[in-house]
Design a binder for this molecule. Structure first.
Ligand code: ZN
Length: 239
Protein backbone atom coordinates (compact mmCIF):
# COMPACT_ATOMS: atom_id res chain seq x y z
CA UNK A 1 0.00 0.00 0.00
CA UNK A 2 2.76 2.43 1.05
CA UNK A 3 4.52 1.56 -2.20
CA UNK A 4 1.62 2.99 -4.20
CA UNK A 5 2.00 6.36 -2.55
CA UNK A 6 5.51 6.71 -3.80
CA UNK A 7 4.72 5.35 -7.22
CA UNK A 8 2.34 8.25 -7.60
CA UNK A 9 5.02 10.85 -7.15
CA UNK A 10 5.64 12.86 -10.23
CA UNK A 11 8.76 14.89 -10.22
CA UNK A 12 9.48 17.86 -12.35
CA UNK A 13 12.51 20.05 -12.22
CA UNK A 14 12.04 23.56 -13.37
CA UNK A 15 14.60 26.27 -13.84
CA UNK A 16 13.33 29.72 -13.08
CA UNK A 17 14.69 33.19 -13.20
CA UNK A 18 12.71 35.66 -11.16
CA UNK A 19 14.31 39.01 -10.51
CA UNK A 20 12.80 39.33 -7.04
CA UNK A 21 12.87 35.73 -6.03
CA UNK A 22 16.23 34.10 -5.79
CA UNK A 23 15.23 30.47 -5.82
CA UNK A 24 16.27 29.30 -9.21
CA UNK A 25 15.35 25.67 -9.07
CA UNK A 26 11.95 24.23 -8.27
CA UNK A 27 10.55 20.76 -8.39
CA UNK A 28 7.12 19.41 -7.50
CA UNK A 29 6.21 16.17 -5.83
CA UNK A 30 2.62 15.01 -6.04
CA UNK A 31 1.24 12.30 -3.79
CA UNK A 32 -2.29 10.93 -3.93
CA UNK A 33 -3.32 13.01 -0.95
CA UNK A 34 -1.12 16.02 -0.77
CA UNK A 35 0.91 18.12 -3.16
CA UNK A 36 4.32 19.29 -2.10
CA UNK A 37 6.57 21.84 -3.70
CA UNK A 38 10.24 21.06 -3.44
CA UNK A 39 12.06 24.36 -3.71
CA UNK A 40 15.81 24.39 -3.88
CA UNK A 41 18.38 27.11 -3.84
CA UNK A 42 22.13 26.74 -3.66
CA UNK A 43 22.26 25.91 0.04
CA UNK A 44 18.97 24.38 1.00
CA UNK A 45 16.03 22.25 -0.01
CA UNK A 46 12.60 23.24 1.27
CA UNK A 47 9.71 20.82 1.12
CA UNK A 48 6.53 22.79 1.45
CA UNK A 49 2.84 22.14 1.47
CA UNK A 50 0.12 24.74 1.22
CA UNK A 51 0.25 27.24 4.07
CA UNK A 52 4.00 26.96 4.63
CA UNK A 53 6.36 29.90 4.46
CA UNK A 54 9.55 30.42 2.49
CA UNK A 55 11.54 33.66 2.86
CA UNK A 56 8.46 35.67 3.96
CA UNK A 57 6.39 34.26 1.14
CA UNK A 58 3.42 32.10 1.99
CA UNK A 59 2.79 29.20 -0.34
CA UNK A 60 -0.94 29.67 -0.84
CA UNK A 61 -1.68 27.07 -3.47
CA UNK A 62 -0.14 24.22 -5.44
CA UNK A 63 -1.96 23.13 -8.57
CA UNK A 64 -0.79 20.68 -11.21
CA UNK A 65 0.67 23.49 -13.26
CA UNK A 66 1.30 26.40 -10.92
CA UNK A 67 2.69 27.39 -7.55
CA UNK A 68 1.27 30.51 -5.88
CA UNK A 69 3.34 32.50 -3.41
CA UNK A 70 2.23 35.62 -1.53
CA UNK A 71 3.84 38.00 0.92
CA UNK A 72 1.05 40.49 1.61
CA UNK A 73 2.17 43.02 -0.96
CA UNK A 74 3.08 40.74 -3.77
CA UNK A 75 1.87 37.61 -5.41
CA UNK A 76 4.10 35.34 -7.45
CA UNK A 77 2.63 32.74 -9.75
CA UNK A 78 5.15 30.24 -11.01
CA UNK A 79 3.84 28.62 -14.14
CA UNK A 80 5.55 25.28 -14.53
CA UNK A 81 4.64 24.88 -18.15
CA UNK A 82 5.38 28.32 -19.54
CA UNK A 83 7.61 28.34 -22.60
CA UNK A 84 10.40 30.07 -20.68
CA UNK A 85 10.43 27.30 -18.17
CA UNK A 86 12.74 24.43 -18.75
CA UNK A 87 11.27 21.15 -17.58
CA UNK A 88 13.30 18.09 -17.11
CA UNK A 89 11.85 14.81 -15.89
CA UNK A 90 14.32 13.23 -13.57
CA UNK A 91 15.17 9.69 -12.88
CA UNK A 92 12.31 8.86 -10.56
CA UNK A 93 14.23 6.41 -8.43
CA UNK A 94 16.94 8.87 -7.63
CA UNK A 95 14.49 11.68 -6.86
CA UNK A 96 12.38 9.43 -4.68
CA UNK A 97 15.22 8.68 -2.34
CA UNK A 98 16.10 12.36 -2.09
CA UNK A 99 12.54 13.07 -1.08
CA UNK A 100 12.39 10.23 1.41
CA UNK A 101 15.60 11.33 3.03
CA UNK A 102 14.07 14.69 3.85
CA UNK A 103 12.59 13.53 7.13
CA UNK A 104 12.79 16.96 8.73
CA UNK A 105 9.29 17.90 7.68
CA UNK A 106 7.63 14.76 9.06
CA UNK A 107 5.34 15.77 11.92
CA UNK A 108 6.32 14.83 15.47
CA UNK A 109 3.21 13.93 17.45
CA UNK A 110 2.33 14.57 21.07
CA UNK A 111 -0.41 12.99 23.17
CA UNK A 112 -3.77 14.69 22.55
CA UNK A 113 -4.56 14.97 26.29
CA UNK A 114 -2.74 15.01 29.62
CA UNK A 115 -3.56 11.38 30.35
CA UNK A 116 -1.06 9.08 28.62
CA UNK A 117 -2.93 5.81 28.97
CA UNK A 118 -5.11 3.64 26.75
CA UNK A 119 -8.19 1.56 27.48
CA UNK A 120 -8.30 -0.02 24.02
CA UNK A 121 -5.50 -0.43 21.52
CA UNK A 122 -5.12 -0.33 17.76
CA UNK A 123 -6.05 -3.37 15.67
CA UNK A 124 -8.60 -6.19 15.71
CA UNK A 125 -10.87 -6.54 18.74
CA UNK A 126 -14.32 -7.70 19.76
CA UNK A 127 -16.67 -4.81 19.24
CA UNK A 128 -17.79 -3.50 22.66
CA UNK A 129 -21.37 -3.04 21.43
CA UNK A 130 -21.59 -6.47 19.80
CA UNK A 131 -21.19 -7.23 16.13
CA UNK A 132 -18.14 -9.46 16.12
CA UNK A 133 -14.53 -8.76 15.30
CA UNK A 134 -13.80 -5.25 14.13
CA UNK A 135 -10.72 -3.35 13.25
CA UNK A 136 -10.10 -0.56 15.74
CA UNK A 137 -8.59 2.26 13.71
CA UNK A 138 -7.17 4.15 16.66
CA UNK A 139 -6.62 4.08 20.40
CA UNK A 140 -9.08 4.89 23.18
CA UNK A 141 -7.90 7.14 25.97
CA UNK A 142 -10.10 6.89 29.10
CA UNK A 143 -10.54 10.58 29.91
CA UNK A 144 -13.48 12.05 31.85
CA UNK A 145 -16.25 13.96 30.08
CA UNK A 146 -15.14 17.54 29.30
CA UNK A 147 -11.36 16.91 29.32
CA UNK A 148 -9.35 19.37 27.16
CA UNK A 149 -8.11 17.82 23.91
CA UNK A 150 -5.02 19.24 22.22
CA UNK A 151 -3.72 19.11 18.64
CA UNK A 152 -1.14 16.31 18.41
CA UNK A 153 0.85 18.29 15.81
CA UNK A 154 0.66 21.53 13.82
CA UNK A 155 -2.02 21.24 11.18
CA UNK A 156 -5.12 22.48 9.46
CA UNK A 157 -8.69 21.65 10.43
CA UNK A 158 -9.88 19.44 7.58
CA UNK A 159 -13.28 18.66 9.08
CA UNK A 160 -15.14 19.21 12.32
CA UNK A 161 -18.68 18.32 13.22
CA UNK A 162 -20.76 15.15 13.34
CA UNK A 163 -19.40 12.11 11.52
CA UNK A 164 -21.41 8.88 11.85
CA UNK A 165 -20.24 6.57 14.64
CA UNK A 166 -17.43 8.97 15.50
CA UNK A 167 -19.98 11.43 16.89
CA UNK A 168 -18.51 14.91 17.14
CA UNK A 169 -15.09 14.79 15.54
CA UNK A 170 -12.14 17.01 14.65
CA UNK A 171 -9.95 15.89 11.74
CA UNK A 172 -6.60 17.63 11.36
CA UNK A 173 -4.43 17.50 8.28
CA UNK A 174 -0.67 17.53 8.82
CA UNK A 175 2.43 17.53 6.67
CA UNK A 176 3.55 14.55 4.64
CA UNK A 177 0.07 13.05 4.20
CA UNK A 178 -0.56 12.60 7.93
CA UNK A 179 -3.95 13.15 9.52
CA UNK A 180 -5.20 12.91 13.12
CA UNK A 181 -8.77 12.28 14.29
CA UNK A 182 -10.27 13.10 17.69
CA UNK A 183 -13.69 11.52 18.21
CA UNK A 184 -16.71 11.22 20.57
CA UNK A 185 -16.18 14.87 21.56
CA UNK A 186 -18.64 16.93 23.58
CA UNK A 187 -17.50 20.32 22.28
CA UNK A 188 -15.50 21.47 19.26
CA UNK A 189 -13.40 24.63 19.75
CA UNK A 190 -11.99 25.09 16.23
CA UNK A 191 -13.40 25.88 12.81
CA UNK A 192 -12.87 24.17 9.48
CA UNK A 193 -10.00 25.54 7.41
CA UNK A 194 -8.11 27.16 10.29
CA UNK A 195 -4.55 26.36 11.26
CA UNK A 196 -3.79 24.97 14.70
CA UNK A 197 -0.51 24.67 16.55
CA UNK A 198 0.67 21.56 18.34
CA UNK A 199 -0.70 21.59 21.89
CA UNK A 200 -3.51 24.01 21.04
CA UNK A 201 -6.82 23.17 22.74
CA UNK A 202 -9.16 22.05 19.96
CA UNK A 203 -12.04 20.34 21.76
CA UNK A 204 -13.48 18.84 24.93
CA UNK A 205 -13.87 15.09 25.21
CA UNK A 206 -17.28 13.46 25.47
CA UNK A 207 -19.41 10.47 24.69
CA UNK A 208 -21.03 11.25 21.31
CA UNK A 209 -21.56 8.76 18.48
CA UNK A 210 -21.06 5.01 18.91
CA UNK A 211 -19.45 5.09 22.33
CA UNK A 212 -19.88 3.04 25.50
CA UNK A 213 -18.80 5.79 27.86
CA UNK A 214 -16.76 8.99 27.98
CA UNK A 215 -13.36 8.57 26.29
CA UNK A 216 -11.28 9.98 23.47
CA UNK A 217 -10.90 7.93 20.31
CA UNK A 218 -7.65 9.07 18.66
CA UNK A 219 -6.37 8.09 15.21
CA UNK A 220 -3.30 8.81 13.15
CA UNK A 221 -3.58 8.18 9.42
CA UNK A 222 -0.90 8.27 6.76
CA UNK A 223 -2.28 8.88 3.27
CA UNK A 224 -5.69 7.79 4.54
CA UNK A 225 -4.51 4.52 6.09
CA UNK A 226 -4.89 4.21 9.88
CA UNK A 227 -1.63 3.42 11.64
CA UNK A 228 -0.91 2.56 15.26
CA UNK A 229 -0.71 5.91 17.10
CA UNK A 230 1.46 4.37 19.83
CA UNK A 231 4.27 4.07 17.31
CA UNK A 232 4.27 7.85 16.98
CA UNK A 233 3.48 9.05 20.49
CA UNK A 234 6.26 9.57 23.02
CA UNK A 235 6.52 6.81 25.59
CA UNK A 236 6.66 7.89 29.15
CA UNK A 237 7.04 6.14 32.47
CA UNK A 238 4.18 7.67 34.42
CA UNK A 239 0.83 6.03 33.88
ZN1 ZN B 1 -11.96 3.90 19.63
Amino acid sequence: MIKNIFLLFIFLIVSLNYANFDFNLISIAISDEEKCAVIKNREKTFILTEGDYIENYKLTKISDTKIYLENGEKRIIINLFSKNTKIEILNQKKKKSTFLNSRKTKPVFKWPCKLHKISSGFGYRQHPLGGGRLFHKGIDIPVHYGTPIYAAADGKVKYCGWFDGYGKIVILKHKKGFQTRYAHLSRILVRKGTFVKQGQKIALSGNTGRSTGPHLHFEIRKNGIPINPLKFLPHDEKK
